[in-house]
Design a protein around this ligand. Sequence first.
Ligand code: FE2
Length: 161
Amino acid sequence: MKIIQLSDPHLMAPGGLLYGSDPLARLDACLADIGKNHADAELVVISGDLTNDGERAAYVALRERLAQFSPPCRLMLGNHDDRALFLEMFPDAAAEQGFVQSVFDGSEGRLILLDTLDSGHVEGRLCAARLEWLDEKAEGSARPGLPLHAPPAFPDTHAGA
Ligand SMILES: [Fe+2]
């Protein structure tokens, strides 16, 4: 099972730079490489932070890119993202109970994609509703589920991220 995870693109509005680098150009390079060398991927997960500032223009840019991207793709939120705006921009995104989380049953087992966004906080959170959903989805799997979430924030390397 080939699964590709791209994490923390921190997209800006087109033309915007982040620490001197263009996150959108970097995403374009990743997507082009996947299209060229890994088009057989069973799933591509792009986990948050999808955007650096939760900007509409950054979500629009992401949506435009994914409209031309072939492998199945799921998006996950990070603490810099805006869940309501994201769902407005990606109404077809896999979502459960208002959270951007879903189950992917692949050839080798089940992936459980979790929404740990706790708006206004850097650290993630799984509230009672999300934990209950996780229990339900983990029990419904024929094989052990693999929970997938945004990488943990390490204070030394990802401060405030
Ligand atoms: Fe981040």
